[in-house]
Design a protein. Sequence first.
Length: 286
Amino acid sequence: SGARINISEGNCPERIVTITGPTDAIFKAFAMIAYKFEEDITNSMSNSTATSKPPVTLRLVVPASQCGSLIGKGGSKIKEIRESTGAQVQVAGDMLPNSTERAVTISGTPDAIIQCVKQICVVMLESPPKGATIPYRPKPASTPVIFAGGQAYTIQGQYAIPHPDQLTKLHQLAMQQTPFTPLGQTTPAFPGTRSTPPPLQAITVFPCICPGLDASPPASTHELTIPNDLIGCIIGRQGTKINEIRQMSGAQIKIANATEGSSERQITITGTPANISLAQYLINAR
């Protein structure tokens, strides 16, 4: 295609393909990607009972400051793109996590998608992004790792699956350095077959925690902002969920009162880096 193509790091549930170059090189690259996706759909249908062929779907990552031009006054531009290309175009209402970019989902036949991308590129060239853009970076899949009897397990459904060796070795190394305190009580043995692992102590280690550097790291503070409409599921009924998160993480968690005119609430987490990491993980999981 003559375009520069970069694919973001692996081990994430999603990866970002960045295509750079003159518009005709970009269209060629998009055309090849759209036809490749269609080929994959056709191949997967040969083994399935489905009769209607699903459309090819691409999710573009667009700076939020350019989305207004893409939608147009009262939705006029996006309507025009849909009608002239035959592709379905959807602009997400919210920004992607920790970024100032929004997802634009395009679906249809490869030809409709190529025409649609052409029109989106024209809009993007006519209306450059305003201000700095914080790019969206997919986060690695953060499956908690639980250790029992010197073996690492990851939880899949209701079973504990032994984890690859590196983590077990890392855990053994950590155990030689730092006395770990279990975060919770021993959980009951997992239901299942004869290969059921021993009961697990709920010791959860996250990639961002480096055990062994200091047995009691100094306390620090971290602040998060949470949209008002999500605060309820974090607090839980009569504070049950937030108290559970406090107990499991060992961190102090304060939720600021709602301020007039603001659509967000401030959460302040205080504790050791490990406590803060775990509290953040549990809040994000909620």
